[in-house]
Design a protein around this ligand. Structure first.
Ligand code: SF4
Length: 362
């Protein structure tokens, strides 16, 4: 066990829910989720984006099913990709039935807009029979108004648990719960309360978190604080940006908390008056080149030898940039000094070599 693994927070004990072959909760690794932003009726576009997200390291992918044409397309997409896809359902149990018939491995439903208890019970019985789990997903912006008299945090939790109870009453126990709010502190408080009240695995996210910058900051705060307390079994960082960015951000967050080892950490300096190379361009290129790599590597890209050599000592591969000559380090040792004009292609080929060697030896 590494020092980092020893320091990871003790995880909350939950029941385990299986989404196809992917486990959520019950001691399983925290999973990364995202949602397609292509139209579900655009079958080719969806299949392409599912491949991109899977390559980037997304464990579970959700598609909106807003109408019957989308439900029909969902079935074709599920068949084409073979991935455990989640159908996102609002308003209509009928659409959930169609998505299950098309191969959905989990249904996400919003109790704020699905009120027919008998229809929900009928759906729950079918899901129990077919082993399809549900995510009861309550959002601050779309929760049931009947809880309006309560505080926001209490309303989110009660709404989620009331819906979960309907499923439980039908002998359907494969339940994941999410209570999301765009206000970070409300989201944290609601999840703490939920975690204390049940043993359901929790899906964490800050809803409507915003564009790249504000979405990353809010999500890292809300999700990160809860994960550090041991709360949370699956995560989505919602961004008004590419879903691939959501996946990469989730991986970075999990890796930063010691909850994920199978991805590359790229360390780069903020640059300053001493900077001698284009740190941003090189760091972005390294991130792009390693986004699909499932190895616990650390790579440092530093703009000068001042801190570059020291940081490189703790990395699998490192660069300390110089105006004319740059240093490349491997496993803490300086292995070569190269003409800075040739740094990028040389480093990239050394990176490929390192990944190949590491994969062979581990
Ligand atoms: S590593 Fe060098 S260039 Fe980068 S911020 Fe530190 S001192 Fe500046």
């Amino acid at each position: 066990m590494t020092k980092e693994e020893k320091n990871t927070p003790k995880r909350r004990v939950t029941r385990r829910v299986k989404v196809g072959t992917v486990a959520i909760g019950g001691g399983a690794p925290v999973t990364v989720q995202s949602m397609l932003n292509t139209r579900t009726t655009d079958i080719d576009g969806c299949v392409r984006q599912i491949e991109e997200l899977s390559d980037a390291g997304c464990d579970l992918i959700r598609l909106a099913v807003p109408d019957e044409a989308s439900a029909e397309a969902f079935g074709k997409i599920a068949k084409a990709t073979g991935k455990p896809l989640i159908a996102d359902i609002h308003y209509s149990c009928k659409l959930a039935h169609l998505a299950i018939a098309g191969g959905a491995k989990k249904i996400r439903m919003n109790p704020g807009n699905m009120h027919n208890a008998e229809e929900i019970r009928e759906l729950a019985r079918r899901m129990a029979d077919e082993g399809i789990p549900v995510r009861v997903g309550v959002n601050g912006g779309s929760r049931d108004p009947k809880f309006d008299g309560k505080g926001e945090c209490e309303a989110l939790v009660e709404s989620a648990l009331e819906c979960a109870n309907v499923f439980e009453s039908c002998n359907m126990h494969d339940i994941v719960v999410a209570v999301k709010a765009s206000d970070v502190r409300t989201m944290i408080a609601a999840n703490r309360a939920l975690a204390a009240a049940c043993d359901y695995p929790l899906h964490l996210g800050v809803t409507e978190a915003g564009t790249l910058r504000s979405g990353l900051v809010k999500s890292a705060l809300g999700i990160g604080i809860l994960l550090e307390e041991g709360i949370g079994d699956t995560v989505r960082i919602s961004l008004s940006d590419s879903p691939v960015e959501e996946v990469l951000a989730c991986k970075t967050l999990l890796r930063s908390l010691g909850l994920k080892q199978d991805c590359v950490e790229v360390v780069s300096c903020p640059t300053c008056a001493r900077t001698e190379i284009d740190v941003e361009r090189l760091a972005l290129a390294v991130e792009r080149a390693t986004a699909h790599v499932r190895l616990p590597l650390k790579i440092s890209v530093m703009g000068c030898p001042l801190n570059g050599i020291g940081e490189g000592k703790h990395s699998n591969l490192g660069i300390a940039g110089g105006k004319e000559r740059s240093v490349i380090m491997r496993d803490g040792e300086i292995v070569t000094t190269v003409d800075t004009n040739m740094l990028m292609p040389l480093f990239m080929s050394m990176l490929d070599e390192y990944i190949a060697d590491y994969s062979k030896n581990h």
